[in-house]
Write a protein that binds this ligand. Structure first.
Ligand SMILES: Nc1ncnc2c1ncn2[C@@H]1O[C@H](COP(=O)(O)OP(=O)(O)OP(=O)(O)O)[C@@H](O)[C@H]1O
Length: 432
């Protein structure tokens, strides 16, 4: 693939001067340079010069990256307008024009093969990540890496039809972060009753707690987590000396707690019926939603990140008061436009090309849609597959790093984590 791209890059470089002029990416400079004026001794008017943007082309497996310098009246907008013609001339599936690495530069990304339909595999290295809370998701439709910073993010919702890669996507995050002592995991898997049955059978070794589809057990574990959240909130100033953990970053003593709630609808779904058993389930579901809301709404500054995955993020699956406070939303294929709106917000209606409804073809297993960071619109991402053996290897290698954050906090404060059933402790009296 790369060899073909090298040949294409050479052809692009050779033909650039002519093509740029034909695509309107040139300017005519009528004013002679001082050197031309000096050289002009016979008095004839100097010829105008045609300037084309300088171009540097680099090939890679998907196609080429080309950096072009802007000229007067030839800027990003002109390159964006010319992109479809460049794609045809360069024999590319798509060419995009983006701002370059520095002002006055434009990056042209040409892809020969569509990166979205080429499945990729990620083999976790087993080394701690260089940066905390950085989520490498995969590549976008132009083969460019997509990274989501999850610092200060309290929650995210991953949705999509069954079998389109939600679990594999979350697996990657867990495998990449598992080698760090500054991250602790807890898994809820609403699809199974016991950890050994489901997708988390191997990863569970790296978690400090696990819960299956039992609503009562989930309620107990969520209560413990809220208890821990409250204990952290009460002691963060005295232990870390700051009000927000992200100002100092997570550490082995005060780790980032990643709560993965897979098949989240299991825990929150409303149970209709008047018999005592159904009423009990409904009460647990309502309480689980309330506790999860607490973790998402109040957990950010004390180091909680809640990851909810479900097939549909409509209000009946994840209560809207939880979904709407998750700043990051990712959607794999969806069946209906309403499901796409629930997952990605109303804006997706204005970007029909990017809608996850178009991803129902099996070629798009592992492809997700996310809103662009700091820009309008949406990005489609090819996420890599993480093999079960690799996930198992990482979990086994890092199992000894799993520690209960409540015990870690008790070591720091010398006090047991407060009981949720007791009222809030009085705030410490202000120093005179
Ligand atoms: N990124 C990917 N690239 C290629 N194939 C993938 C990818 N992710 C998943 N798959 C394939 O799809 C199958 C189902 O993936 P996964 O379990 O992650 O889906 P899911 O959306 O979590 O489904 P469910 O909702 O049923 O749990 C995997 O066994 C794998 O074969």
């Amino acid at each position: 693939m790369e060899r073909i791209s090298i040949r294409q890059a050479i052809r692009i470089r050779w033909g650039w001067k002519r093509l740029a002029q034909m695509c309107g990416l040139s300017v005519t400079d009528k004013m002679p340079t001082p050197l031309a004026s000096l050289a002009n001794t016979d008095g004839t008017p100097p010829k105008p010069r045609v300037l084309v943007p300088a171009l540097k082309v680099t090939p890679d497996a998907f196609g080429v990256m080309a950096w072009a310098n802007c000229l007067p009246k030839v800027g990003l907008a002109e390159f964006q307008k010319a992109a479809p013609y460049l794609a045809d001339a360069w024999r590319m599936t798509r060419v995009s024009a983006l701002p370059g690495d520095r002002p006055g530069q434009v990056l042209l990304r040409g892809v020969r093969v569509d990166p979205l339909i080429v499945p990729t595999v990620h083999v976790p290295t087993g080394r701690p990540p260089e940066e905390y809370a950085k989520w490498d998701l995969g590549v976008d439709e132009f083969g460019m890496p997509v990274v989501v910073p999850l610092r200060e993010v309290p929650g995210m919702a991953v949705s999509g039809l069954p079998g389109f890669g939600k679990t594999s996507c979350v697996n990657r995050l867990v495998c990449d972060w598992a080698p760090s002592l500054a991250v602790q995991f807890v898994f809820f898997d609403g699809k199974v009753s016991h950890a050994y049955e489901g997708d988390y059978a191997d990863l569970v070794q790296r978690a400090f707690a696990f819960c299956g589809d039992d609503l009562e057990q989930a309620n107990k574990l969520l209560k413990e987590l809220v208890q821990l959240r409250r204990a952290r909130s009460a002691s963060i100033r005295s232990v870390l000396g700051v009000k927000n953990m992200w100002h100092v970053g997570p550490s082995a003593d005060w780790p980032l707690i990643v709560i993965v709630i897979d098949e989240a609808h299991t825990y929150f779904r409303d149970h209709k019926g008047s018999d005592p058993a159904t009423r009990k389930l409904a009460a647990f579901a309502a309480d689980n939603a309330r506790l999860t809301e607490d973790l998402v709404k109040k957990g950010r500054s004390v180091g909680f990140l809640t990851v909810l995955t479900t097939q549909k993020t409509t209000g009946d699956a994840i209560p809207t008061f939880i979904r709407d406070v998750c700043p990051v939303g990712l959607s794999f294929a969806q069946k209906t436009a309403d499901a796409a709106v629930a997952a990605l917000g109303d804006d997706i209606r204005e970007w029909p090309d990017a809608s996850p409804v178009n991803l129902q073809d099996p070629a798009y297993v592992g492809v997700a849609v996310m809103s662009q960071h700091g820009r309008p619109g949406f990005v489609r991402i090819r996420t890599p597959y993480v093999a079960d053996e690799d996930a198992a290897r990482i979990a086994e290698q890092t199992a000894r790093l799993a520690q209960h954050p409540a015990r870690l906090l008790e070591n720091l404060t010398g006090r047991p984590v407060v009981d949720l059933t007791k009222p809030d402790p009085e705030p410490p009296a202000k120093a005179a």
